[in-house]
Design a protein around this ligand. Structure first.
Ligand code: ASP
Ligand code: MG
Length: 437
């Protein structure tokens, strides 16, 4: 018998027929003798609809009230699912984040989990019931509802799996798993059978939309095996773990599949390509080339509460004593940053700011990079053959990222997908649901 945490995204619980289907899946796992905890997202586009209504009434809505509002979406799906499961003859109880003992800090709209005390969930399991928990929400020290940021239900599921020491956390979505690239850009993208935590982290952090980044961080820290799969089929999805999942899963999900699938295929050097259109580029030219300049510049950026991603500094050869710093940020943050930099013109003593919102970021990820030399050469060769100009570069042990012109991004992704032999023989990707997750 295993303890299974299942998370169903919005498109898997979009309407009552979907809820019924999910209920049957949950009941099947329960009848097979497993303890089942279910985390649900809001139905379909509910969260977006709530956001639209709020914006209509107050474009600058108070954050506390916004979280109160958004948390309501998950309350609807969790209680309806509990009813659907009970109708199948299995006792089920729904819990809000607070009732499930999910404690967070006070940052409304992007709260972090600070403690997990899922006592009532554990008790429900103990009495043979299914426990259903509202995704993406918790409670702060003030006793107020907080939310974990868009897509945060993944994090709720992984945090519960960690706290309950679950055997697996299944992330049910509307695609069959993680793909070597976004199938909308690369029709021949292939389903990835297995990823380790670091690869998944790099893909999620660099634009792959399938998992909430913090969920992957959490899974890695607590070594929670994840299985990302479709709620619309019984196909095996993508396993995310460093080791083989525990054998207690036998009879539910055959953990041998974790290895067996791999034997069909040579262990690939590259696991996938992520892309991100949500970044913009800011260049601050003619800065004094002396200690403390970068520190002051990024103090200003931090004051705008913005995260930056890539940074490049160049010495201006033709202007002695001056240097140029270029960095990328999330598009929503650029306006604030530019305003701050404008105000700090005198302190920073720069000559000029160049702002370019039309960029795209592409990241090649694979654990095999650690041990296979020559990947960078092939990477840049393929881009040059495709006539794609590289504007910025950054790397990690298992990743190479570049910034390119937004218009050339798709082409660049396809060129690299082909170069690293990731193209499937025939189209594999099927999207079953709507636009949601
Ligand atoms: N319903 C929330 C959202 O749409 C949380 C989630 O789906 O994970 O972002
Ligand atoms: Mg959602």
């Amino acid at each position: 018998m295993a303890l299974i945490v299942q998370k169903y995204g919005g498109s898997s619980v979009a309407d009552t027929a979907s809820l019924k289907r999910v209920a049957q899946r949950v009941v099947a796992a329960h009848r097979a003798g497993h303890d089942v905890v279910v985390v649900v997202s809001a139905m379909g586009d509910t969260t977006d609809d709530l956001l639209d209504m709020a914006a209509e009434l107050n474009p600058d809505a108070p954050k506390r009230e916004m979280d109160m509002l958004l948390s309501a979406g998950e309350r609807i799906s969790m209680s309806l699912l509990a009813m659907a499961i009970t109708a199948e003859g299995v006792p089920a109880y729904a819990y809000t984040g607070r009732q499930a003992g999910i404690h967070t800090d006070t940052r409304y709209g992007k709260a972090s989990i600070t403690g997990m005390v899922p006592e009532r969930v554990a008790r429900a399991l103990h009495t043979g019931s299914v426990a259903i928990v509202a995704g993406f929400q918790g409670v702060n020290d003030r006793g107020d509802v907080t939310t974990l940021g868009r897509g945060g239900s993944d994090t709720t599921a992984v945090a519960l799996a960690a706290a309950l020491n679950a055997d697996v956390c299944e992330i049910f979505t509307d695609v069959d798993g993680l793909f070597t690239a976004d199938p909308r850009i690369v029709p021949l993208a292939r389903q990835v059978r297995k990823l380790d935590y670091q690869e998944t982290l790099e893909l999620a952090a660099n634009g792959a939309k399938i998992l909430h980044l913090r969920a992957v961080e959490y899974a890695r820290r607590y070594r929670v095996p994840l299985h990302v799969r479709s709620s619309f089929s019984d196909k095996l999805g993508t396993w995310i773990a460093d080791d083989r999942p525990a054998s207690t899963l036998a009879g539910y999900l055959d953990p041998d599949s974790f290895d067996r699938k791999e034997q069909d295929m040579e262990q690939p050097i590259i696991s996938g390509i992520a892309h991100d259109r949500s970044q913009e580029k800011i260049t601050v030219a003619g800065l004094p080339d002396k200690p403390g300049t970068a520190a002051e510049l990024f103090r200003q950026v931090a004051a705008a509460d913005a995260n930056i991603d890539m940074i490049v500094q160049n010495i201006a050869v033709n202007v002695p004593g001056r240097s140029t710093i270029t960095f990328t940020c999330q598009s929503g943050d650029a306006k604030d940053i530019l305003e701050r930099l404008e105000k700090a013109r005198e302190i920073l003593d720069y000559r000029e700011i160049v702002y370019n919102p039309e960029i795209g970021k592409l990241s090649l990820v694979g654990a095999g990079m650690r041990t296979n030399p020559g990947i960078s050469a092939r990477f840049f060769e393929a881009l040059s053959k495709a006539g794609v100009n590289v504007e910025m570069i950054s790397t990690s042990e298992v990743r190479i990222s570049v910034i390119v012109d937004a218009d050339r991004l798709d082409e660049a992704v396809r060129a690299l997908h082909a170069e690293f032999n990731l193209d499937a023989q025939e189209t594999e990707a099927v999207v079953y649901g709507g636009t949601g997750r």
